[in-house]
Write a protein that binds this ligand. Structure first.
Ligand SMILES: NC(=O)c1ccc[n+]([C@@H]2O[C@H](COP(=O)([O-])OP(=O)(O)OC[C@H]3O[C@@H](n4cnc5c(N)ncnc54)[C@H](OP(=O)(O)O)[C@@H]3O)[C@@H](O)[C@H]2O)c1
Length: 181
């Protein structure tokens, strides 16, 4: 993907932003759900994505169970029969990005939010400009992962650590990573 695939690029940059919560051992999901419950992170996710086009894999859509309100929901699936009210369904990644860029341009927002899951993050990693990462401090078991090698052209622009919300829960940090190369 390059600037020619970005219909908004002539009118102003639109960044591709990952929004992801990840444990220290790389886990993001287990049995179709998040392995933790952190209310503050759900609020953080909402703040980061409201008003923006959100692109997700079909399994992530299933785990949410409904379209996210006040956001254009774009779901990627290979199943040509799959549809849901309030969802724009696409069958490949370039179409997902083209739709998302169109939407961002039409509504005047400066970011497209890629919200998972593991498969989508993996395939879209080369396109990401910024990662809003919630580091969940601890090791979790799971079946969905996000591989992130910070040595490879990323800089940490901000970091904010928070204590666990409830006894026994994990501490977490809101981290912003920007691509340097
Ligand atoms: N912690 C976090 O930040 C976070 C965020 C999101 C999700 N999650 C968790 O992650 C898990 C889900 O992630 P996942 O990796 O299993 O699945 P996913 O990435 O959400 O969805 C995978 C599905 O997307 C479709 N897809 C993927 N690549 C495609 C392509 N190139 N072209 C067309 N369709 C494509 C396929 O749908 P079809 O099978 O329909 O063809 C595929 O099965 C859940 O546990 C969820 O709770 C965590």
């Amino acid at each position: 993907m390059n600037a020619d695939n970005n219909p908004a690029s002539a009118r102003g940059p639109v960044r591709i932003a990952f929004v992801v919560a990840r444990s220290e051992n790389g886990v993001i999901g287990r049995d179709g759900k998040l392995p933790w419950h952190i209310s503050a992170d759900l609020q953080h996710f909402k703040r980061l994505t409201l008003g923006k086009p959100v692109v997700m894999g079909r399994k992530t859509y299933d785990s949410i169970g409904k379209p996210l309100p006040r956001r254009t929901n774009i779901v990627v699936t290979r199943d040509t029969a799959w549809q849901q009210p309030g969802v724009q369904v696409v069958h490949d990644i370039p179409t997902a990005l083209a739709l998302a860029y169109e939407d961002a341009h039409r509504t005047g927002v400066d970011e497209i939010s890629i919200i998972g899951g593991g498969e989508l993050f993996q395939v879209l990693m080369p396109e990401a400009h910024v990662i809003y990462l919630t580091e969940v401090h601890g090791s979790f078991q799971g079946d969905a992962v996000f591989d992130l090698d910070l040595a490879l052209g990323w800089r940490e622009a901000s970091r904010e650590r928070h204590a666990a919300e409830s006894p026994g829960g994990p501490d977490y940090s809101f981290v912003t990573l920007e691509r340097t190369a």
